[in-house]
Ligand binder design. Structure first.
Ligand code: FAD
Ligand code: SF4
Ligand code: SF4
Ligand code: SF4
Length: 478
C-alpha cells in the first residue's frame, strides 16, 4: 500500500534525534512529556522558552532508546498493548477498547461535585485511593501557581492537593516533570491522563518494566482533541484580559456551563461571553494540535479506568477495563465517596452514551484522513499497528474525499488562518455548527458510517495489510 522509504541515518537509530526527526520536527508532537520524563539521564527538557522536547546543552544522549520507544506520536499498537495489558486483543474496529464493567455516577460530596468537570469520578477515585493509603500519590494535570491560566503537571498526595487540580484543562499538558520526579522515589502511584499520556506510559512500561510496579493504576479521561497553549491566550483576549499577570484563578468551563472564566487580583470576574463549546469551534480552526488530529484514541483504550462526560446532568461514565480498575471503583462506592449505578455488561463499541459509537468513529476516521494526507505529502505520521487501515477505505463517496482535501488545505494555510483569526467569532461558530451538522447527517461528510458496531464499513477489506511503519520525512529519504 505505502512504500517504505529507507532513511539515511547520521546518528544511531535510538538516539533522541530519531524522535526529533519523526515527531518533533514533523509537527506532530503533542507535548505529552513522556519522552522527557522517561529519559534516565535527564538530557531532554521542555520549558516555557521552548515547549517542545529538546536536548539540554552539555548533556549527552546515550542512545538508550527509551524516549523513542515511549513516544505515542511515533505510533501505538493498541491491539498488541491491549492484549499485553488486559489479555484481550482488539479488532481494528473495536475502537472503545476492552471493558469488563461500566459505571455512571458522580462524587457524593455536593460541594466538590460543583467544582469538577462532569461527575467528578476522577476526583472521587483519587480522594478514596489516596486517603485510604492504597497509593502514595497521583500524577495529574493542575494549574501553575505563578501563571494560573497555564496547565501544569502535579504530583498530588493529599485531599487538599487533589481539590486544587479538578476540572478539564483545554491545553496540552506535559507529564515530564512528574514522571521524572517519580524516577527517584519509592511507592505506588496513579497516573491520570489523556489517551496520549496513557499509551505513552504503557509503551514505557513495556520498555522499562520498573514502571509497571511504580504506576500500577492508570485513569484515562475521554479526549476528543486538545489545543496548543496559544488557544488559551486567545480565550484570555476574548475575555478582555490584556495583562494575564492579574489573574489569580482560571477555569476553562464554569460550573454553571458558561465559558472560560477568570478572577483577577482586584476581585473582578471576567468570562467569555459564550459557552466554552462556542469558543471551541474557533479554537479548533486556529489552535488544534496537528498530532491530536492524527490521534484515534477518544476513549483512552489502554487505561484501567476511562472516565468521560455523559452530557446533561453532570454525571460521568466509566469503563472499567481491568480487575484493578473494578476494585478501585468498588472501593470508592463502598466507602460512599462515589454514588451511581453499575452496568454489568457493557459493549464499549456501543458505549454508555447514545452518540458514542458515532463520536468514536469520527475521531478514528479523522485521524486516518490526516495520516493519509500527511503520507501523501511525504510527511511522517504515527502508525497504529493492526489498527491501521487503508485510508482510501474510509471514503465511500469520492466527492466527500475531495471536500476533505480542500478543508485540510484551507485549515493548514497560513493566510486562511490569519483571515479566520479576524472573522467575528459568531461567524466561525456558525460555520463550525454547519460543518458539524452536515458531518453527522445521513448524506453527510463521513457518509457510510452508520454501520452497526463491529461491522466493517464498505470498502474495508478484512485482513487487508496494515502499514507497519510511518513514512519518513522526505529530507531523510535515501
Ligand atoms: C482536552 C479535553 C478534551 C475532552 N474531550 C472529551 C470528549 O470528547 N468526550 C468526553 O466525554 N469528555 C471529554 N473531556 C472531558 C473529560 O472526559 C473529563 O475530564 C472526564 O470525564 C473527567 O471528568 P470528572 O468530572 O471525573 O473530572 P474531575 O474530577 O474534574 O477531574 C479531572 C481530571 O482530569 C485531569 N485532566 C484535566 N485536563 C487534562 C488534560 N488536558 N490532560 C490530562 N489530564 C487532564 C486532571 O488531572 C483531573 O484529575 C475532555 C477533557 C479534556 C481536558
Ligand atoms: S531517553 Fe535515552 S535515547 Fe532518549 S534522549 Fe535520553 S538517553 Fe537519549
Ligand atoms: S509526543 Fe510526547 S513523547 Fe512524543 S516527542 Fe512529543 S512530548 Fe515526546
Ligand atoms: S486528542 Fe489524543 S493526542 Fe490529543 S490530547 Fe487527546 S489523547 Fe492526547
Amino acid at each position: 500500500m505505502f512504500a517504505l522509504s529507507k532513511p539515511t541515518l547520521s546518528f544511531p537509530p535510538l538516539h533522541f534525534e530519531r524522535l526529533r526527526a519523526d515527531v518533533i520536527s514533523a509537527g506532530i508532537c503533542v507535548r505529552c512529556g513522556v519522552c522527557t520524563g522517561a529519559c534516565p539521564v535527564s538530557c531532554i527538557r521542555m520549558d516555557a522558552a521552548n515547549p517542545e522536547p529538546h536536548l539540554v546543552a552539555g548533556t549527552e544522549c546515550t542512545s538508550c532508546g527509551l524516549c523513542v520507544a515511549a513516544c505515542p506520536e511515533r505510533g501505538v499498537d493498541y491491539a498488541e498493548l491491549s492484549a499485553w495489558q488486559f489479555g484481550k486483543t482488539l479488532d481494528r474496529w473495536d475502537l472503545g477498547g476492552v471493558a469488563l464493567k461500566g459505571f455512571i455516577g458522580h462524587i457524593a460530596d455536593e460541594a466538590i461535585w460543583q467544582t469538577t468537570s462532569g461527575g467528578g469520578l476522577v476526583t472521587g477515585l483519587l480522594i478514596h485511593l489516596l486517603s485510604s493509603g492504597q497509593f502514595d500519590g497521583a500524577l495529574v494535570a493542575g494549574f501553575d501557581e505563578e501563571q494560573p491560566w497555564r496547565a501544569k503537571p502535579k504530583l498530588v498526595r493529599t485531599r487538599e492537593e487533589i481539590l486544587k487540580t479538578t476540572r478539564s484543562k483545554h491545553s496540552l499538558v506535559s507529564i515530564a516533570d512528574t514522571l521524572r520526579e517519580l524516577r527517584g522515589r519509592a511507592g505506588r502511584y496513579i497516573l491520570v491522563g489523556a489517551g496520549c499520556h496513557v499509551s505513552g506510559l504503557r509503551k514505557l512500561q513495556q520498555a522499562e518494566p520498573a514502571w509497571q510496579d511504580k504506576i500500577p493504576l492508570v485513569i484515562g479521561i475521554a479526549c476528543g482533541g486538545n489545543w496548543y497553549p496559544e488557544g488559551t491566550d486567545y480565550l484570555l483576549r476574548g475575555m478582555g484580559i490584556t495583562d494575564p499577570a492579574q489573574i489569580v484563578e482560571f477555569a476553562y468551563r464554569a460550573a454553571d456551563g458558561t465559558g472560560a472564566n477568570a478572577r483577577l487580583q482586584n476581585g473582578e470576574r471576567k468570562s467569555t461571553s459564550k459557552r466554552f463549546g462556542h469558543d471551541v469551534y474557533r479554537m479548533n480552526l486556529l489552535y488544534h494540535a496537528e498530532g491530536c488530529s492524527a490521534c484515534p484514541d477518544l476513549l483512552s483504550v489502554l487505561a484501567d479506568i476511562t472516565v468521560g462526560d455523559t452530557g446533561p446532568g453532570k454525571q460521568s461514565f466509566a469503563f472499567l477495563r481491568s480487575a484493578q480498575g473494578i476494585q478501585a471503583m468498588e472501593g470508592a462506592v463502598r466507602a460512599g465517596v462515589i454514588v451511581g449505578e453499575w452496568h454489568a455488561s457493557v459493549d464499549p463499541r456501543r458505549g454508555l452514551r447514545k452518540d458514542h459509537p458515532l463520536r468514536v468513529r469520527i475521531k478514528y476516521r479523522e485521524a486516518y484522513s490526516v495520516i493519509a494526507r500527511r503520507q501523501a505529502d511525504g510527511l511522517a505520521a504515527p502508525c497504529y499497528g493492526s489498527f491501521s487501515l487503508d485510508a482510501r477505505a474510509l471514503w465511500t463517496r469520492r466527492r466527500n474525499r475531495w471536500i476533505w482535501e480542500i478543508i485540510y488545505f484551507l485549515v493548514h494555510s497560513l493566510w486562511i488562518r490569519r483571515l479566520l483569526s479576524v472573522l467575528p467569532s459568531d461567524l466561525t461558530y456558525v460555520l463550525g455548527k454547519l460543518r458539524g451538522t452536515w458531518e453527522l447527517s445521513d448524506s453527510g461528510f463521513w457518509g457510510g458510517m452508520r454501520h452497526s458496531p463491529g461491522q466493517r464499513p464498505r470498502g474495508d477489506k478484512a485482513g487487508s495489510p496494515a502499514h507497519t511503519e510511518s513514512r519518513r520525512p522526505s529530507s531523510e529519504r535515501a
